[in-house]
Design a protein around this ligand. Structure first.
Ligand SMILES: [Zn+2]
Length: 232
C-alpha cells in the first residue's frame, strides 16, 4: 500500500468517526469569523450602540443559514446514496452474473489474485449480496451514512457558540477598546478551533492553526475596511 493510500485510509477512519465533530468545528469557525467581521464593521462605522443587536442578529441569521445549508447539502448526499442503492438493487436483479463478476474485478483491482477474488466475491454474494455491493462498490458504510438533521443541528449550535465569542468581546469593552477586544476574542476562539481541527485531521498543528488565524484575519480585515468606508 502506498503512503497516500495509508494516509487516505486513516483520513477516512478519522472522518467517519468524527464527521459531526468536524462539522461542528467548521460551524464554530464560521460563527467566529462572520460575527467578528460583522461587529468590527459596525464598530468601524462608529455605530457602537448597535453592537448588541447586530451581534444577536448575526448569531441568529448565521445559525439559521448554516442549518438550512447543511441540511440541504447532507440531504442531497443522502438522496444520491438512496438512488445509488436503488440502482444497485435493480442491477442485482437484472444481471446477477455480471454483478458477481463486477465484484470480483473490484477485489482483483484491490490486489487479490483472481482465484481468491472469485472466492471472496462468491462468499460475500451468498452472505449478503446487496451489502457487499454497497460497501465495496459504492463505499457506503453505516458509520458514514448521511444524517441531515444531526448535521444541521450541529452546525447551527456550533455556529451560535462561535459567534457568541466576539460578541462577548464587543460587550465587555469600552467604546475605545471594543474593536480590539472583538479581534482578540475572535483570534482566541480561532486558535481553539484551529487546535481542535488539527487534532481531528491529524494535520500538523502549527500549519493548521496559522491557516485558520490568517483566513479569519483576512475576513475580518476586509469587513473592517468596508465598515470604515461607511460614513458614521
Ligand atoms: Zn454492483
Amino acid at each position: 500500500m502506498s503512503i497516500e493510500a495509508v494516509y487516505q485510509r486513516n483520513e477516512h477512519h478519522r472522518g467517519s468517526k468524527s464527521g459531526w465533530l468536524r462539522a461542528a468545528v467548521l460551524g464554530a469557525n464560521d460563527g467566529l469569523v462572520s460575527n467578528a467581521s460583522l461587529l468590527i464593521g459596525v464598530a468601524a462605522a462608529g455605530r457602537t450602540s448597535f453592537l448588541p443587536v447586530a451581534g444577536l442578529a448575526g448569531i441568529t441569521a448565521g445559525a439559521m443559514s448554516m442549518a438550512v445549508g447543511e441540511y440541504i447539502s447532507v440531504q442531497s448526499q443522502a438522496d444520491i446514496e438512496a438512488s445509488d442503492r436503488q440502482m444497485e438493487i435493480e442491477h442485482l436483479a437484472e444481471d446477477p452474473e455480471g454483478e458477481l463478476e463486477e465484484l470480483t474485478q473490484i477485489y482483483v483491482e484491490r490486489g487479490l489474485p483472481r482465484e481468491l477474488a472469485e472466492k471472496v466475491a462468491q462468499t460475500f454474494t451468498e452472505k449478503d449480496v446487496l451489502a457487499a455491493h454497497l460497501r465495496d462498490e459504492l463505499g457506503h458504510f453505516d458509520n458514514n451514512k448521511a444524517q441531515p438533521s444531526k448535521a444541521a443541528f450541529a452546525s447551527a449550535v456550533s455556529f451560535a457558540l462561535g459567534a457568541t465569542v466576539p460578541l462577548i468581546g464587543a460587550l465587555v469593552g469600552s467604546t475605545a477598546t471594543k474593536v480590539t477586544l472583538i479581534i482578540v476574542f475572535a483570534f482566541v476562539g480561532l486558535f481553539g478551533t484551529g487546535v481542535i481541527s488539527s487534532k481531528l485531521a491529524g494535520s500538523p498543528m502549527r500549519r493548521t492553526v496559522l491557516r485558520v488565524l490568517i483566513g479569519g484575519g483576512i475576513g475580518m480585515a476586509i469587513t473592517a475596511g468596508i465598515g470604515s468606508l461607511i460614513p458614521a
